[in-house]
Design a protein around this ligand. Sequence first.
Ligand code: T5A
Length: 209
Amino acid sequence: MSGLFISFEGGEGCGKSTQIKALTARLEGEGHGVFQAREPGGTPLGEALRQLLQHDAAGDGMHPEAELLLFAAARAQIVREKLLPALAAGKVVLCDRFIDSTTVYQGVARGLNRADVAAVNQVATGGLRPDLTILIDLPAQTGLERVRKRGNGQLDRMEQEDPAFFDAVRQGYLDIAKADPQRFLVLDGAQSIETLQTSIWNAVQPHLA
Ligand code: T5A
């Protein structure tokens, strides 16, 4: 594997997509090949699973174990169909969510057994891990307000969880980042878009050398 794998994590509306777009433009401007991905999604199968997980009425009443396996199925597909080939081609892969989302949303906030979640993540990824993970930390309510504004008040299945769920997500992220400071860069998502862009670029640059 010769490319660079960067994942972006954080609660709803923390600004991941905004930063991925800006980083892509900067990297491409400097001549790097970039592959953008999002989870769940990014393949025909993954996009169908995304619809089921977030929007389809068939997802109502979904059990946490079923949810875990559906996110994992989407990941198993994108890793093999898209991410590994892009990395093998030497690209910079920017992924909007990856294994840490599962660790935190299904493992911490849904309360599933952490060892089981780690084992499922291992099957889904075949051991692929990001070189760098950018965690954009933001109070859950601030992020959800941004999402509400953007979507005219519409929230998907996950976004309709109660505040305690999102507080657990936020704390879960901070805990796993603290445990793995080599891989994680934690940024305050309340900063301006431009300030975040600069911090992210400063962290990414050394990995490009
Ligand atoms: N999930 C996912 C799991 O439970 N387990 C898993 O394994 C995986 C992979 C995915 C859902 O699935 C769950 C987690 C999620 O609940 P999604 O639809 O992909 O959901 O939603 P999010 O990942 O939450 O992405 P969003 O698009 O909602 O948020 P972003 O990308 O973080 O935020 P962004 O960049 O779109 O910004 C949101 C708004 O804020 C503004 C933007 O302009 C935009 O309007 N904004 C800022 N405003 C002020 N200051 C800043 N610094 C700003 N940055 C952006």
